[in-house]
Design a binder for this molecule. Structure first.
Ligand code: GLA
Length: 381
């Protein structure tokens, strides 16, 4: 054997020996879950980050602080994985900044309650007015700022995280001790599924959601994303963002997303509702037969081909176009989030339902179980 052949042989043997130890590629034969420490809160509560990976290499990072979806990497039409949610690289970002609820679990009441009060069983309950004169997203310390207890969940074709939080009676002004669970599952069909459930010790109101901001291009603004919302009606708002109570037809208005339409196509029209919302920041009344899981919205980003479909059991969805982002937040990888850098599709009961008898009820009584599911499904075209 000459020198060249011998070294080639040695090299091949070496390669063979090394192969079992080669770093695993993103795509594994089984969905994976990995836990790592992610820091601590000001009260010295430790926070963990769990990374769920499915067999396609799709990755969801979820932390125990706020049940926040820290990261979501999904493929484009060529299979290229890219981060599609807004947020920060480290826990510090979420703790320090006045974060606009990036990726967070929202409770007890997602969205607004007018004047921060409601009556139940003849008693009036006062809540924080943390958004002008309204109560927003559960108050000063909503579920987005709680440290949740995490348990790993393994399914046949999915992997996930069960998050539990016990909200004491009177927390943020709400009646009843609320025992809350949110289960995040990442499936091999590239779905991030959230099962929310809750029980209470006293009659109360509940409206849970997730506040992920998406940008399917992974960069820039979201104006070219094409959106379909499966809703013939929406709930128009007053100057304080509180629904007037009317269920208004979208026909002939810039709120009509029955046919897929680019977000930027009408967003700057001098429409009363768009001016009030500073863009889209409204609740749509979903078309549905019953409360089974059904398609609420579909978003397609033409350049990457990435598609997001949102399925929910909820009667409404808040479509928010990052109108309050103003370039003051530096997020992942030093990215500056300008206005409309991301959009949210917050599945929910309608805003201010506790004060709107004609809206579907958000009341939960002792002995009843609150249970609702939302699925974010990713694909590429
Ligand atoms: C929600 C609201 C918006 C805004 C954001 C957070 O989506 O509807 O008005 O408050 O949260 O910035």
């Amino acid at each position: 054997m000459n020198k060249l052949n011998r070294s080639l042989l040695l090299w091949l043997v070496g390669l063979e020996l090394l192969l079992p130890f080669a770093p695993a590629s993103n795509a594994a034969s089984q969905p994976q879950i990995r836990k790592q420490p992610f820091g601590a809160t000001a009260e010295k509560k430790t926070v963990d980050l769990y990374t769920l990976t499915n067999i396609n290499g799709v990755e969801a990072g979820i932390m125990t602080y706020g049940g926040i979806v820290v990261s979501l990497k999904v493929p484009d039409r060529k299979g290229k994985l890219q981060e599609v949610t807004l947020g920060y690289d480290s826990l510090d970002g979420y703790l320090k900044n006045n974060t606009p609820y990036f990726g967070a679990l929202i409770g007890r009441y997602g969205n607004r309650i007018g004047k921060g009060k409601f009556s139940l069983g003849g008693r009036e309950f006062l809540l924080a007015t943390n958004s002008g004169e309204s109560h927003l997203h559960g108050g000063n310390r909503g579920f987005d700022k709680a440290v949740w207890k995490a348990t790993e969940v393994r399914g046949q074709r999915s992997v996930g995280l069960k998050l539990d939080y016990l909200s004491p009676d009177g927390e943020e002004g709400y009646p009843g001790t609320l025992s809350v669970t949110a289960v995040y599952m990442l499936t091999n069909d590239n779905e991030l599924k959230i099962d929310y459930s809750a029980t209470t010790t006293k009659e109360t109101v509940v409206n849970l959601t997730n506040h992920a901001y998406f940008n399917l291009a992974g960069d820039g603004n979201i104006l070219k994303h094409e959106v379909m919302i499966n809703a013939d009606r929406f709930t128009p708002i007053s100057e304080t963002f509180i629904p007037t109570g009317e269920l208004r037809s979208v026909k002939g208005t810039p709120m009509d997303f029955i046919q897929p339409t680019a977000i930027g196509a009408r967003i700057n029209q001098k429409d009363e509702q768009l001016v009030r919302g500073n863009g889209y920041d409204h609740n749509w009344v979903l078309n549905r037969k019953d409360s089974s899981l059904s398609l609420a919205a579909r978003v397609e980003e033409p350049a990457s081909g990435r598609v997001l479909e949102v399925f929910t059991m909820e009667p409404g969805v808040q479509f928010y176009t990052g109108n309050f982002l103003d370039g003051t937040i530096k997020g992942k990888g030093g990215k500056v989030y300008q206005q409309r850098a991301g959009f949210c599709l917050e599945t929910q009961h309608f805003p201010d339902s506790p004060n709107k008898p004609n809206f579907p009820s958000t009341i939960l009584k002792p002995g009843q179980k609150y249970a609702t599911t939302t699925v974010y499904k990713f694909s590429a075209k």
